[in-house]
Design a protein around this ligand. Structure first.
Ligand SMILES: [Zn+2]
Length: 213
């Protein structure tokens, strides 16, 4: 028996992975995505950017960050087969990495399609999305990503008290937190406030001071 030479190991191509960068609202996920995407392109590598077609903040088919940078993206619908979409794209041009914004809106099937993309097409896929909704419940896409992603990274932001914000409240027209309603309401960033779990619990319980400190 002989040990494999270190050089042979070092020259092996890196395994592609499925990444999930998660956080609460307004933590800078889109900014982080666009920066990572830029790093590839700066080195002359092509990428594919996808975003939920439901998100029209940056206009149709754009990823826009709150600090003012944006880039074109391909919008995906729940019916789209992302494995087939990416496979077709790879047949037309090179692609070093696939970026997915608003990944909480992926269906469970689409997350598995992205897993197949990584495994069978050997392309890394970087997903960015919210972990929980304003009711404190996982989004379907986020649940599936937490289940099968190879690597998870938290994009952090803070509550007004200085603790890490992991939760979000949706404020109604009267400025009070909503306890029920549709999970998806895209575009109204001003109606969401990210809080630590302690202040989220107080806000949901009706303590108005818990929202802004
Ligand atoms: Zn707090």
């Amino acid at each position: 028996m002989t040990c494999p030479a270190p050089m042979a190991q070092a020259s092996k191509p890196k395994m592609a992975k499925l990444y999930f960068h998660y956080s609460t609202m307004n933590a800078g996920k889109s900014t982080a995505l666009l920066q990572a995407d830029y790093n590839y392109r700066e080195r002359g590598m092509q990428t594919l950017r996808l975003t939920a077609a439901v998100d029209t903040r940056g206009g149709p088919g754009r990823i826009a960050s709150r600090i003012g940078i944006s880039a074109e993206a391909h919008g995906f619908d729940p019916e789209d087969d992302l494995f087939e979409l990416i496979k077709t794209y790879l047949g037309q041009q090179s692609c070093a990495c696939v970026f997915v914004d608003e990944a909480q809106f992926l269906t469970q099937a689409q997350v598995w399609q992205l897993g197949r993309t990584v495994d069978d097409l050997a392309v890394p896929v970087m997903c960015y999305g919210l972990r929980v909704d304003f009711r404190g419940q996982l989004f379907p896409g986020s649940a599936a990503l937490l289940a099968i992603a190879d690597e998870m990274r938290e994009v952090r932001t803070i509550c007004h008290c200085g603790r890490k914000a992991t939760m979000v409240v949706r404020l109604g027209a009267n400025g009070r937190p909503l306890q029920d309603g549709a999970q998806v309401q895209v575009g109204g960033n001003e109606t969401y406030v990210s809080l630590c779990r302690r202040h989220w619990r107080a806000a949901i319980a009706g303590d108005a001071a818990a929202i802004s400190g």
